[in-house]
Design a protein around this ligand. Structure first.
Ligand SMILES: Cc1cc2nc3c(=O)[nH]c(=O)nc-3n(C[C@H](O)[C@H](O)[C@H](O)COP(=O)(O)O)c2cc1C
Length: 178
């Protein structure tokens, strides 16, 4: 699979087979994602792989809306993507480098998450990035360290569905030349 094919055929997968995600395979995906670009190579993105059914059940029942709970409850693994705060977008003295202030942190998490999802797709795994969840509840449940913040949840597993690509905007809509 070349890069263009990988990018175009990746879909958000919301239905999974029960097969587990092998840890050696997961670690190879994280290693691939570590090659993502990041602010001054700060590499702030971290991944927590959740397989424990009691933790997953709590996330499903207490901390996600139904449409995401329905995905998580049949996924063999959920990745909590976190980031180390206070480095990306900041100067050494703690001041912001740009007008975007700390928003570069989520930018880097997004870049790393997409790289992770593409690597997973190449390996035959499906993923879906989820942005809607109870941040306070999950932060406490997962014991996310004080110096980190939750950026995204990614369900991962072997796809049990082959969805069509949602419609894309035309290049005309997306691109401006000056
Ligand atoms: C930042 C972000 C947050 C998202 N949050 C959710 C979510 O909470 N639940 C969900 O089912 N999909 C979520 N998605 C997936 C999008 O709905 C999906 O990427 C989009 O519809 C395009 O479909 P595709 O990924 O198959 O190309 C999210 C995607 C991104 C990038």
């Amino acid at each position: 699979m070349n890069a263009t094919e990988c990018i175009k055929t990746r879909r958000s997968i919301r239905k999974f087979k029960p097969d587990p995600v092998d840890h050696v395979l997961l670690e190879s995906l994280i290693e691939t994602a570590s090659y993502s670009p990041s602010w001054k190579n700060s590499q702030i993105t971290r991944y927590t792989a959740i397989e424990d059914s009691s933790i997953l059940d709590k996330i499903v029942t207490d901390y996600t809306p139904d449409f995401n709970a329905n995905i998580i409850k049949q996924a063999p693994m959920l990745i909590a993507v976190t980031f180390v705060k206070g480095r990306c977008g900041y100067e050494r003295d703690g001041s912001f480098s740009t007008k975007k202030e700390d928003r570069w942190q989520m930018f880097d998490v997004g870049v790393a998450s997409q790289t992770f999802c593409l690597a997973a797709h190449e390996a035959g795994l499906g993923t879906v990035i989820m942005g809607i969840w109870d941040e306070d509840g999950i932060t406490e449940l997962l014991n996310i360290p004080e110096n980190q913040e939750l950026g995204a949840l990614i369900a991962i597993g072997y796809p049990d569905i082959d969805p069509a690509a949602p419609k894309r905007k035309s290049v005309n809509d997306l691109l401006t030349y000056l």
